[in-house]
Write a protein that binds this ligand. Structure first.
Ligand code: PGA
Length: 258
């Protein structure tokens, strides 16, 4: 199984910066095609740069054995009076075949709820996009011993309306809130075993992939990929430079990380 190694650039990069990154990535991946036998890369640019990144990736964009391009968010309705929003058909038109749903920052700052994640997941599968559902608990929930229940509430709430076939297209990214971003602290492998046991028991083999995210670096990627149930990594800061992302792809493709 190819490992999913992807990055969301969050609210970073101009169109010019995004083009430069994508051009470099295309050149590297074209030179090292064997890497694509072992990893499934994906990039999630800001919406303003989606079309440009898709164009720069050329024949690698969204092709089997190539790189998947995603959007960081989209509305559940196909069109209408929703000022400031983008619809799934619109991000699809700009090149996205994957859609990030329910990232902690959207839940925290923009009112994303389990209910809205469920509507977005259903809209994504209706349009043939891969939903990348992000879940994760706070420190308080973890300390109260309620992580497993909380994660299952988030996933079941978002995914319960799907058919078996639709479920097989979903990617779940487990990203504990306390491990994300500049304020986060890297998780210890031991802290991630139970959540992945729970997720793998419920979703392993039934979904496209289970990913880990939160303070991933080239230095800890290998041990994170070794956690049972983990099929890939979802990365922020460490992959915002092309060299950082390439390092991560190399770690994931290395033969010593079977
Ligand atoms: P980080 O972000 O790698 O910068 O911690 C991860 C995420 O928010 O998905």
């Amino acid at each position: 199984m190819r490992r999913w190694i992807g990055t969301s650039w969050k609210m970073n990069k101009t169109i010019g910066q995004a083009r430069a990154y994508a051009r470099g990535l295309r050149a590297e991946l074209s030179d090292r095609g064997e890497m694509l036998d072992r990893v499934q890369p994906f990039v999630i640019p800001p919406a303003t740069a989606l079309a440009a990144v898709t164009e720069e990736m050329g024949p690698l964009a969204n092709m089997a054995g190539g790189i998947r391009i995603g959007a960081q968010n989209a509305h559940w309705e196909d069109s209408g009076a929703w000022t400031g929003e983008l619809s799934i058909p619109q991000v699809k038109d700009a090149g996205a075949t994957l859609i990030e749903i329910g990232h902690f920052e959207r839940r925290e700052h923009f009112g994303e709820t389990v209910e809205t994640t469920s509507w977005k997941v259903q809209a994504a599968v209706r349009h043939g996009l891969t939903p990348l559902l992000c879940i994760g608990e706070s420190t308080q929930i973890r300390e109260a011993g309620k992580t497993a229940t909380f994660l299952l509430d988030q996933t079941r709430g978002a995914l319960s309306a799907l058919t078996v076939e639709q479920m097989s297209r979903v990617i779940i990214a487990y990203e504990p809130i306390w491990a994300i971003g500049a304020q986060g602290r890297p998780a210890k492998v031991g802290e991630l075993r139970e959540p992945f046991d729970v997720l793998a028991h419920e979703y392993g083999g039934r979904t496209e992939a289970l990913l880990y995210g939160g303070s991933v670096t080239p230095g800890n990627a290998s041990e994170l990929l070794g956690i049972p149930g983990v099929n890939g990594l979802f990365v922020g800061r460490s992959a915002w430079t092309l060299s950082g992302y390439l390092e991560l792809l190399e770690v994931a493709a290395a033969p010593e990380n079977p």
